[in-house]
Write a protein that binds this ligand. Structure first.
Ligand code: 5AD
Ligand code: SF4
Length: 440
């Protein structure tokens, strides 16, 4: 029997996308996907360093793999992604069962490492930042999970240096793929029958600025809107500092671009935003949000919030609660501030007590959940076009699809229904996280 791989992904969509390219490389070597980790000949963890708890999950998994390797010494173990970049060779000195450590710029090397280098030496570590590699991203075959929905990375890295964030250190400076390269990949996906693509970047609104030739995210949006065959274009993540009114116009004028925007505000207090080095004020954010909604009244807007950032007073926390009520996001991803070694915020005084952080997190979630529920209830009785995604995890007879605004509608399966079908769904019941309804 041929060799099998097992890859575990932690963190964001960029990592999910990278995993598809990692799996694509292994497939080119003749590996197939193992049904379980225990059956694999090679296990790769594609890791995340965004918060401490993401790292802890990985360390837990490595413990599990160590026991597997004691039984099967031939098992190959690789650490890739952001923790690989952050910890480099230290990972292997701490945990010698790891055979190789490859940073985010080294997916290209995986085949050589597995077939040649590990024959000659025991361990391989590659973590050089190599932005040139972003240019040949499309050469990396992806073993995509879906044949309807595809991730398309449009850039790597980030130049923003928010004081809490480790991404600029582990993913390096911003490097964009060219418009031509991206359009070529998307045309190829359309030809293969893909219906929906999601453009990925740490800060998509600064896409193309590194070319210094006038190219920006609006240019890319306008180009992709013309690709025949693709029904929907989504993207994430936006940055309120780099999102221009012109980009909002580009989006509003592009019927294929989904009516969905993930626009992380992070905090409701200007002094906190300044300490986070976010580069905008709440007033600017609200003005931008108002323009987005004026141009696209039906748009879904979601956000990220950090609670318990150093120096956050009770008044500042109240400002975030007020912002939530005013901004009326469809949903908010709320995170407890996690100090990341090497970032400026980790060295700031006035770190907040854990119990206070947890209480504030709960207060944010309580306010937002009420808003999310009200928003979803307001959709009751209306009909929305959806792309069918398949059965829910819980029940084969209940299927789901998403609206242009990325809201999930669950409905009873109909005879002959297939993944990728374009249908209309009537919302009968709005809940906090999902909508229930039926096809019409
Ligand atoms: N602690 C907590 N949350 C963080 N994020 C980024 N860095 C940290 C950190 N050190 C959050 C931000 C970002 C999201 C992806 O993760 O809200 O938008
Ligand atoms: Fe994790 Fe952030 Fe890296 Fe994504 S960019 S993999 S969330 S650390």
């Amino acid at each position: 029997m041929g060799k099998q791989y097992y890859t575990v992904t932690y963190g964001c969509q960029m990592n999910e996308s990278d995993t598809e390219r990692i799996n694509g490389q292994l497939a080119e070597l003749g590996y197939t996907e193992a049904p379980s980790m225990e059956e694999a000949d090679i296990v790769i963890l594609n890791t995340c360093s965004i918060r401490q708890n993401a790292e802890e999950k990985v360390y837990g998994k490595i413990g599990e793999i160590k026991r597997m390797k004691e039984k099967n010494p031939d098992l190959l173990v690789g650490i890739m992604g952001c923790m690989a970049q952050e910890n480099k060779g230290k990972l292997i000195s701490r945990m010698p069962i790891i055979d190789f450590v490859l940073g985010p710029y080294h997916i290209h090397d995986l085949k050589d490492v597995v077939t040649e280098e590990l024959q000659e030496r025991q361990h391989v570590v590659r973590t050089q930042m190599n932005p040139e590699r972003v240019k040949d991203y499309s050469e990396l075959r992806a073993a995509r999970k879906s044949h309807i929905f595809a991730w398309v990375p449009i850039m790597q890295g980030c130049n923003k240096f928010c004081t809490y964030c480790i991404v600029p250190y582990v993913r390096g400076r911003q490097t964009s793929r060219t418009v031509e390269d991206i359009v070529r990949e998307v045309r190829g996906l359309a030809a293969e029958g893909y219906k929906e693509i999601t453009l990925l970047g740490q800060n998509v609104n600064s896409y193309g600025l590194d070319f210094r030739d006038g190219t920006d995210f609006g240019t890319l949006i306008r180009a992709l809107d013309k690709v025949d065959g693709i029904e929907r274009v989504r993207y994430m993540t936006s940055h309120p500092r780099d999102m221009t009114f012109d980009m909002v116009d580009a989006m509003a004028d592009s019927p294929k671009v989904a009516r969905q925007m993930h626009l992380p505000v992070q905090h409701g207090d200007n002094e906190m935003l300044r300490r986070m080095n976010r580069g905008y004020t709440i007033e600017h954010f609200m003005e931008l949000l108002a323009y987005v909604r004026k141009r696209m009244p039906d748009i879904t807007v979601t956000t990220d919030l950090i609670t318990g950032f150093p120096g956050e007073t009770e008044d500042m926390h109240q400002a975030t609660l007020r912002l939530l009520r005013e901004a009326q996001f469809d949903s908010a991803y709320t995170f407890i501030y996690s100090p990341r070694q090497g970032t400026p915020a980790a060295r700031m005084e006035d770190q907040i007590d854990d119990a206070v952080k947890h209480r504030r997190l709960q207060e944010l979630m309580d306010v937002q959940n009420e808003i999310s529920l009200a928003k979803n209830r307001a959709m009751e009785g209306k009909v929305y076009p959806i792309i069918v995604e398949g059965a829910t995890k819980q029940d084969d007879n209940n299927w789901y699809g998403r609206t242009s605004g990325n809201k999930m509608i669950i409905f009873p399966k109909e005879e002959g229904l297939a993944v990728g079908d374009l249908r209309n769904a009537l919302v009968e019941q709005g809940q906090t996280w999902v909508l229930k309804g039926k096809l019409v």
